[in-house]
Design a protein around this ligand. Structure first.
Ligand code: FAD
Length: 389
């Protein structure tokens, strides 16, 4: 780790402070128009900010207790792909409402037979005049039930090899022929959906990039998971951090049980390792170096760490934790119970723990390639791009 954030009188810091003084409670649209939602994007959508400038903006927004609009897939995945390959008309139409979270986006990628091996997808799009007609089924589509648009990948040339002949579309979620069926998680919440597409007509201008070149764009999407340079909770940025939990336990008199003390020490060690790995990644970004293999290691560690933190939160509640948990330590019963159950998803979403280990085996340990891999870029490699950010 080798960097320091610029001091209080840095002109870029002053610019953010002055803007915040003029906009003490900014709306999503105001933040978007100022370029503060995704400062690393090019102008006019962002500020073309380098990593230090981004950290500095994060710092000032945090100090002013200003939260960015929430549109995880829109801002994190779909937007950067449209910045990369969208037509000027697509950029003009979609980017600002997306940054302001006025229009929510979902991701129509996974299918029952295409998860880790995404290029195996069977949803088809056939050109008919100035429209594409889409038929197929998607699954695990988070937030589909309240999204206005989805990024959709579908097969447009069934005769081409697996990674060729896929195209990338913007799918209006209110198009006739889209049926969204909820999947209720074991948490009791409804985040995911099955999405059935029957003769869904998508205007030709909603094709992103070139026909049959969608796999390359899917990799751009997967490689653009939000650049998060700040610390986060154990549940993909949400939930308590290990520090939050341990501070709470300390404030309540510490932990007497020897096995719980071991668990507490373990999550503290993991959190420290993750903090140092993150600083190494930030240092590399500031020095203009590409992220190294530590990004894949971080994903595996962070996901399992999230599960350990939430398990400790439950265990600290003793027998209360068997029921709902949380109150005994002053935490929120519902959020801890939810977080404990949800944490099981961490090692599945965004590339499973096994797939991450394949990446580490191949890229870090130089072991032979995944036996299932075919010619061309595999899902494993695409996910490597995703976690390298
Ligand atoms: C919280 C959450 C949100 C999600 N949101 C979305 C979304 O919005 N849109 C979307 O499109 N998808 C979404 N997904 C789906 C997610 O991308 C897939 O679940 C994930 O890619 C794994 O695919 P799968 O479930 O089909 O499992 P599979 O790929 O069928 O894997 C089954 C098992 O086999 C193992 N396995 C598979 N291939 C290999 C291999 N090569 N080597 C070793 N082991 C292997 C896996 O690790 C796993 O244990 C979400 C998932 C989660 C958990």
């Amino acid at each position: 780790m080798d960097f320091e954030l610029p001091p209080a009188d840095d002109p870029r810091r002053r610019a953010v402070r002055e803007w915040l003084a003029a906009h003490p409670s900014p709306t999503g649209r105001e933040l978007a128009e100022a370029g503060y939602v995704a400062p690393h994007w090019p102008r006019p959508w962002g500020l073309a900010a380098d990593p230090v400038h981004q950290l500095l903006i994060d710092d000032e927004l945090k100090r002013a207790r200003v939260s960015r609009p929430s549109n995880q897939i829109g801002i994190g995945w779909a937007g950067p792909t449209l910045v990369h390959a969208g037509t000027p008309e697509q950029q003009e139409r979609y980017l600002l409402p997306l940054l302001a979270a006025e229009e929510i986006w979902c991701q129509l990628f996974s299918e029952p037979g295409a998860g880790s091996d995404l290029a195996n997808l069977g949803t088809k799009a056939v050109r008919d005049g100035d429209e594409w007609v889409v038929n197929g089924q998607k699954i695990w589509t988070s937030m589909a039930h309240f999204s206005q648009f989805g990024i959709l990948i579908a097969r447009t040339n069934p005769d081409a090899p697996k990674h060729k002949g896929i195209s990338y579309f913007i799918c209006p979620m209110d198009a006739p022929g889209i049926e969204i069926r909820p999947i209720v998680e074991m948490t009791g919440a409804h985040l995911f959906n099955e999405v059935f597409l029957t003769d869904v007509r998508i205007p030709a201008e909603n094709l992103v990039g070139a026909e049959n070149e969608g796999w390359g764009l899917a990799k751009v999407t997967l490689g653009n998971e939000r650049v998060s340079l700040s610390g986060g909770g154990a549940l993909w940025g949400l939930g308590p951090t290990a520090d939050d939990l341990l501070a709470l336990a300390r404030s309540l008199g510490g932990i007497a049980d020897p096995s719980l003390r071991q668990q507490a020490a373990q999550v503290h060690i993991e959190a420290e390792i993750l903090r140092l790995i993150r600083l190494r990644t930030v240092t590399a970004a500031i020095a203009g170096r590409p992220p190294g293999p530590e990004a894949s290691v971080r994903k595996v560690l962070a996901d399992e760490h999230g599960q350990h933190v939430m398990a400790l939160a439950k265990d600290l509640c003793g027998t209360d934790g068997l029921l709902t948990g949380g109150e005994a330590l002053g935490g929120s019963a519902e959020s801890w119970h939810y977080g404990y159950l949800f944490s099981q998803a961490l090692t599945i979403g965004g590339g499973t723990g096994d797939v991450q280990r394949n990446i580490i085996a191949e890229r870090v340990l130089d072991l032979p390639h995944d036996l299932d891999a075919e010619a061309g870029l595999t899902w494993t490699e695409a996910r490597h791009a995703a976690v390298s950010r």
